[in-house]
Unconditional design. Structure first.
Length: 88
């Protein structure tokens, strides 16, 4: 990946660029958008509590892959993990 990923918050919801998410999942941007529309790519958005207040976490599930992005308040990705999981 040639650049840092940053998540924007728009109307209180996180937004990730399809190019960025595609690069992390091994998909073309159009396939990301189509996969989300079809429900093949799902996500969960969580906000930090207590010592993690101000941070948030995005988790994406796709074809047996779980991708987790932990972000600072400004949307900068501070950690990421990718694991194989049972399909949902």
């Amino acid at each position: 990946m040639s650049h840092d990923i940053k998540i924007e918050i728009v109307d209180g919801q996180p937004v990730i660029d399809a190019v960025d998410l595609g690069s992390l999942l091994g998909l073309e941007p159009a396939a990301v958008q189509d996969g989300m529309r079809r429900g093949e790519i799902t996500s969960r958005y969580e906000t930090g509590q207590n010592e993690d207040a101000g941070r948030f976490r995005l988790t994406f599930f796709y074809a047996g892959t779980k991708l987790r992005l932990t972000c600072a308040k400004d949307g900068t990705v501070i950690s990421r993990s990718k694991a194989t999981v049972a399909p949902r």
